[in-house]
Design a binder for this molecule. Structure first.
Ligand SMILES: [Zn+2]
Length: 515
């Protein structure tokens, strides 16, 4: 009994001595930290300009930002690109992901599946050698690896975005796009949800200075800047604000979230030039404010899981036929009127300024009544009938343009469905845990509700979802939204059948349990 106690005590004294000795050696700089603990998390960052300077005036630069992480045997790369998508649409080619990954594998021995590339979804123009510059950023990051402490947190920003899908009184949904007119106000019954969370992952050097901030938020960065010009848009301004305020060398990597149906506010403003900068500044400042409340600590939990899931493809042949039939019905419902645009507009003004005596002064109407005449009254009712029909024609025209635009998207993807020759599409999904920060990815534009669902179901406090990652398969709306096919961009610019949502969410929950 006695012997055991003595042994235990001497054992703990022995361990204390070793810890003390190591602390002295490390703090004194005699041995590098990485040799003490193989699992110490280390990170390096870099950013490289990818602006296409041949594509016209530049408002603010576009960047690729790379964060390299290593602990023991595990290495991962998080890359944020100021571009619309990783392949398929925009200026990044379909072989970009493969080229960048194989170069990283060949030169830095990092597994392709551990490389995460997220597109901010800004609509700026990137240079043609964006693949080379992406690798350059990763390479530079690999040359500057330092031990880091990490932390995660959340802050809310709800002033800069809105859901772009409107629930209509007729049970359908319509969306806010520049491609066509909005539905009349009277038809709108409600709007969809937004996700105000900024998910934040912070990496500090051991001396406390911030090395990198990874932040995740859901918004389409498509506001543009006054007068046009190439721009990294809202999220480019936000990253710049964060980097400017945190000092030399700090990199802010934006990871686009589930922004499929999330627009910037005032997206269709016709009275002021649309400007991404104030919106980006708000996002950046809210992220900075959150950083003050996030502590970083040594945390060696680090895991990367990469899986492929086959999702069902949509066959929209019937939907296309019924929309085409509706187009024909709408065309047939147009009716001729005596007035045209030139006469319609002054009539609208007159009949709204003076609804009782629109066509002339009140005394003329009174004289008419005194003489038992109704000429002015008849003229007014004829004008009102013509204006009402003219307005109806305009609404039919607007509906035709909405249908036509969405029909074109449906037809394009239906051709792809037939050409693919199979009913499923493989998507790459990545799950990442670093300390408390947990991230899931998807190669398309997830509707915001999907992100909200996954966050709700996750067992981890700081769970975030990044769409637009490692590929691009267009929009991924909810099964509910897919009942509306042909009426809004997300449900028409889409390859997936409604059953996809359940499969994806179940897969994500399983992945979260493994992280
Ligand atoms: Zn989009």
């Amino acid at each position: 009994m006695m012997d055991t106690n003595v042994k235990t005590m001497s054992g703990s004294y022995h361990r204390m001595f070793i810890v003390l000795l190591l602390t002295v050696l490390v703090v004194g700089g005699f041995i590098p930290m990485s040799h003490v603990n193989a699992a110490q998390l280390r990170a390096g960052v870099a950013k490289v300009d990818i602006t296409d300077t041949t594509a016209g005036p530049v408002n603010n630069r576009l960047y690729v930002r790379a964060l390299l992480l290593n602990a023991g045997e595990t290495t991962a790369v998080i890359i944020s690109v100021d571009a619309v998508a990783i392949g398929e649409i925009g200026h990044i080619s379909n072989n970009y992901l493969g080229i960048v990954r194989s170069q990283i594998e060949n030169e830095l021995q990092i597994k392709p599946g551990n490389v995460l590339i997220n597109a901010s979804h800004c609509h700026g123009v990137v240079c043609s050698d964006v693949d080379r510059r992406t690798f350059q950023a990763v390479k530079e990051a690999s040359l500057n690896m330092v031990p880091v402490n990490v932390g995660a947190g959340i802050r809310y920003e709800e002033r800069i975005m809105e859901n772009r899908r409107h629930r209509l009184k007729n049970g359908q949904e319509a969306d806010v796009r520049h491609a066509y007119s909005l539905v009349p106000d009277e038809e709108v019954a409600g709007v969809g949800p937004v996700d105000p969370e900024i998910g934040i992952f912070r990496l500090d050097r051991k001396d406390g200075r911030t090395l990198a901030v990874v932040y995740n938020f859901a918004i389409h960065p498509i506001q543009g800047v006054p007068g046009g010009g190439n721009t990294a848009d809202i999220t480019g301004f936000a990253s710049q604000v964060i980097e400017d305020n945190l000092g030399e060398g700090t990199i802010a990597l934006f990871l686009q979230g589930c922004a499929g149906d999330i627009n910037p506010v005032w997206y269709k403003d016709v009275n002021h030039p649309r400007d991404a900068e104030p919106l980006g500044n708000m996002l950046g400042l809210s992220t900075l404010r959150a950083l003050r409340e996030i502590d970083s600590k040594s945390d060696v939990r680090f895991k990367v899981i990469n899986e492929v899931l086959a999702l069902p493809r949509a066959d929209n042949a019937q939907r296309i036929l019924s929309l085409e039939a509706e187009q024909e019905r709408l065309l047939q419902s147009l009716r001729g009127t005596s007035i045209n645009l030139k006469t319609f507009i002054p009539l609208v003004v007159k009949y709204n300024i003076s609804s009782e005596y629109p066509s002339y002064y009140s005394h003329a109407y009174m004289h008419d009544i005194g003489r038992g005449k109704d000429g002015l009254e008849k003229l007014d009712s004829e004008n009102r009938r013509n204006m009402s029909q003219y307005i109806q024609n305009i609404h039919i025209m607007e509906q035709l343009t909405r249908n036509q635009t969405n029909l074109a998207l449906l037809s394009k993807h239906q051709a792809g469905f037939i050409a693919a020759g199979k009913g499923t599409i493989d998507v790459e999904l990545l799950g990442l845990r670093i300390g408390e920060f947990v991230l899931l990815t998807f190669p398309g534009e997830l509707s915001v509700q999907i992100g909200l669902n996954i966050k709700n179901m996750s067992p981890h406090e700081f769970t975030f979802v990044a769409g637009y990652t490692n590929g691009y398969i267009y929009y991924a709306p909810t099964a509910e939204q897919l009942r509306n096919v042909g009426r809004a961009q997300e449900d028409s610019d889409c390859l997936l059948a409604p059953e996809w949502q359940k499969l994806y969410e179940e897969k994500m929950i399983a992945l979260l349990r493994k992280l």
